[in-house]
Write a new protein. Structure first.
Length: 273
């Protein structure tokens, strides 16, 4: 489906065990035909991933010129060449700080749990950290998912993520959140003291059919006690190059070992549903 609609060769990158991903940093060049093919896949995958009809969400994103604005966009491809997930980010300056706003992300339920999306994120983030070192890079996500929060905390450290049940929000983090909320067009719904957007997803019945949990009672309770199904936090995490680089190196090493032990060559063909 994607190959037939694409005017160019698909930019395939290998992961592990036959998995790969497509990565674009020039999505403003996507033709209308190719955009239609990608949005069709995104509706299908996200509806299955979140358990709710995501047609209105992606219709709004397309009307807002999603592919003209996003800096980098990726599609996860399984060993059979089927698209199984997506992610991407925007490179922005918020609160006078270099930031990566992590756009929506998702993986089909039967493709979750292998750390594949984490591998893609680690690679993207370490490249940005190297680009701006020694200045810090702040990662942002609008989310109601404790899973996303835990991933950012594990990658950046418990002392480098906000909001936190245990630490106040600094003026710099508050300014970053305020600028991000304005950029998202939701400044009137944003509470700078908590980094909460009230009614962030009020254009949907709810983002998830069943609210996600990460398995850590403290984090799950922090989200469920403070957010309704239509609310979200703007989560801000400070990425420090040494820690991010170590995490990326560990993932690269595990992937290389997995390829050697399996004796398989990762799939070279990409396709879609």
């Amino acid at each position: 489906m994607l190959r037939a609609a694409s005017p160019d060769k698909l930019p395939l990158h290998r992961l592990k065990d036959g998995w790969s991903y497509l990565r674009w940093s020039d999505t403003s060049r996507f033709t209308e035909e190719f955009q239609t093919a990608v949005f069709s896949l995104l509706v299908e995958i996200s509806t299955k991933a979140f358990g709710a009809d995501m047609t209105p969400y992606w219709r709004d994103r397309r009307a807002g010129r999603f592919f003209e604005k996003i800096t980098t966009f990726c599609l996860l491809v399984d060993p059979l060449g089927n698209v199984s997930g997506w992610t991407g980010y925007h490179r922005r300056v918020f609160g006078n700080s270099h930031c990566l706003y992590l756009d929506s992300s998702g993986v089909l339920p039967d493709s979750q749990g292998g750390g594949l999306m984490g591998h893609i994120h680690s690679k993207m983030i370490v490249q940005e950290c190297l680009r701006y070192a020694p200045r810090p890079v702040h990662l942002l996500a609008r989310t109601e998912s404790p899973v996303v929060y835990r991933l950012l905390r594990n990658g950046c450290g418990a002392d480098n993520i906000w909001p936190s049940p245990h630490a106040p929000i600094s003026r710099q983090v508050s300014l970053i959140g305020m600028d991000a909320a304005e950029w998202l067009g939701q400044s009137e719904k944003f509470d700078r003291a908590s980094l909460k957007i009230v009614g962030a997803y009020d254009n949907l019945d709810a983002l998830y059919g069943d609210l996600p949990t990460c398995g850590e009672p403290g984090i799950d309770a922090f989200f469920r006690q403070n957010l309704s199904p239509e609310d979200a936090y703007i989560v801000v995490a400070r990425a420090e190059l040494p820690r991010i680089a170590r995490e990326w190196a560990r993932r690269e090493l595990r992937a290389a070992r997995a390829r050697r032990s399996s004796g398989r060559v990762p799939a070279g063909a990409a396709g879609g549903r």
